[in-house]
Design a protein around this ligand. Structure first.
Ligand SMILES: Nc1ncnc2c1ncn2[C@@H]1O[C@H](COP(=O)(O)OP(=O)(O)OP(=O)(O)O)[C@@H](O)[C@H]1O
Ligand SMILES: [Mg+2]
Length: 456
């Protein structure tokens, strides 16, 4: 944002300069309707000005006589609320139920709702929309992984008693500054849009289009918002994994393995990590454990644990094999996925927090300190090819970010767990029966040929 507008808006938001720049990047992205936008969440202690900040931001990007809403009761109410405005801000959201989490995710990437038309038997109405969503008072520890991946957290600082201003003062100051704030935002957006076609970030997080916008903002202003976004996303992922005892136990168990690797079926994993008295929400059987692992995979990767579930047992039940491997710090740096120097310090991983708190009898003291910051970009380099420059109106419907993820995920696993990657065949053990290279997952599980039962 140009200097005058930035100063005017910055004066109303008591946040750090780094967070304010990130917020500026987000506001610019909201003026590009074709892309998914992360859910903006103002977080902070009571009275840190979350509601005030949210109101100011909504009034800039989508002025409304009722800028703030309460959390909807059900999907129907959400559809009515969300379809009526471009920016939807839910104030004081303290718990997000499963359906709301899913609904918000769908609103970010493009939602469609089909319902029976009133006063008809068989007519339907279809409401399809993508929205800009904001929240205040979020506790990231209670979020689903899907929602956490789509979140942009802006932390607000406590306001000193002497610095507090009245609502009336702030409202008057905002009304006076609104034109210059909006003009500055448009000026900066114009420069960003000009730069955007040439932008190609080295790595792409889940919200890849948003990352491209941040990269353009950084290029234009010489800022580091993309690095700050990545670090903030890691903090959220660590918080979410911290709240998931099953996920934490998996990560701790993998770190305790002699080579930092483990491969086996979901049933074997449950045998390995299930405590005597399983906590609430612990998967009851192998099927549920497998589903849970799939959902946790992105968070595990961000916490420094590679994950692969593409292999199956060669005989018997042909159960799916789950492979995990600790990602070492050096391997991350080689990937060129390091944060820019100005990024905030990498937060503690969930595993570190878990072990420090002594939350599990099996918690290990010897877990190496692994900075989680860059891992969310694991393997995304390959997926990013061609993703950065065609963001603008031509953004095709099929270019959903989720479709890029498998490529990134595969890349993340490749250095540690062999899948169908033939480039690493030389290092694989030969099958004692046919001589062809054995998949690493089979070797790790104790097989020496393609069909032998290691227990036999
Ligand atoms: N940037 C600011 N500078 C000075 N005072 C502010 C600022 N933002 C808000 N205030 C004042 O602080 C008080 C609390 O603001 P607000 O209601 O937005 O906080 P909140 O974080 O939403 O509170 P709660 O946690 O109770 O929902 C209000 O009186 C408001 O006028
Ligand atoms: Mg409030």
């Amino acid at each position: 944002m140009q200097v005058a507008g930035r100063a005017a808006l910055g004066g109303m938001l008591n946040t750090t300069e780094s967070a304010f720049r990130l917020l500026t990047g987000w506001m610019i992205s909201t003026l590009i309707p074709e892309i998914p936008h992360p859910i903006l969440a103002f977080k902070g202690e009571q009275g840190t000005g979350k509601t005030t900040a949210a109101r100011c931001v909504v009034q800039v990007i989508d002025p409304s006589p009722a800028p703030l809403r309460t959390a909807p009761r059900d999907v129907k109410q959400w559809v009515v609320v969300a379809s009526a405005s471009w920016a939807v801000c839910l104030d004081n959201v303290n718990a997000i139920s499963g359906w709301l989490s899913e609904t918000l995710c769908r609103a970010v990437t493009g939602d469609g709702n089909v319902d029976r038309a009133l006063y008809t038997d068989d007519d339907v109405t279809v409401l399809a929309f993508r929205r800009v969503v904001m929240m205040t008072s979020i506790d990231a520890g209670h979020l689903d992984g899907d929602l956490a991946e789509r979140l942009l957290l802006i932390e607000l600082q406590p306001i000193a008693e002497g610095a507090r201003r009245t609502d009336a003062e702030l409202t008057a100051a905002y009304a006076a500054a609104q034109p210059i704030i909006f003009a500055s935002l448009l000026d900066l957006t114009a420069r960003v849009l000009k730069r955007l076609p040439d932008v190609r970030p080295e790595s792409m997080p889940r919200m890849a289009d948003f990352a491209c916008v941040l990269q353009a903002v950084d290029d234009v202003n010489d800022w580091d918002t993309l690095a700050a976004y990545s670090a903030a996303a890691d903090t959220i992922a660590a918080d979410v994994l911290e709240g998931d005892l099953f996920g934490k136990a998996v990560a701790v168990a993998v770190r305790k393995q002699p080579e930092g690797k483990w491969t086996g079926t979901a049933a074997q994993l449950l045998d390995l990590i299930t405590p005597e008295k399983p906590p609430k929400n612990w998967p009851k059987d192998a099927t549920r454990a497998g589903g849970r692992l799939t959902r946790l995979a992105p968070l595990l990767r961000q916490a420094g644990v590679a994950y692969d579930d593409s292999q199956r047992e060669p005989r018997g039940n042909r159960s799916r094999l789950y492979s995990f491997a600790v990602i070492e710090e050096g391997e991350r740096q080689e990937d060129g996925r390091q944060l820019a120097p100005a990024a905030p310090a990498a937060p503690e991983t969930a595993i570190d927090l878990y072990e420090r708190a002594g939350a599990s009898a099996g918690a290990s003291d010897e877990a190496p300190p692994v900075a989680p910051a860059a891992e969310r970009f694991a393997g995304a380099a390959g997926a990013s090819a061609g993703a950065g420059h065609d963001i603008a109106p031509a953004l095709a419907a099929g270019r959903e970010q989720g479709k890029r993820e498998p490529a990134g995920a595969a890349g993340a696993i490749a250095p540690h767990i062999s899948g169908p990657d033939v480039s690493s065949c030389d290092e694989k053990q030969p099958c004692t029966f046919c001589g062809a290279p054995l998949d690493q997952a089979l070797t790790d599980a104790g097989f020496t040929d393609h069909g032998e039962d290691p227990a036999a």
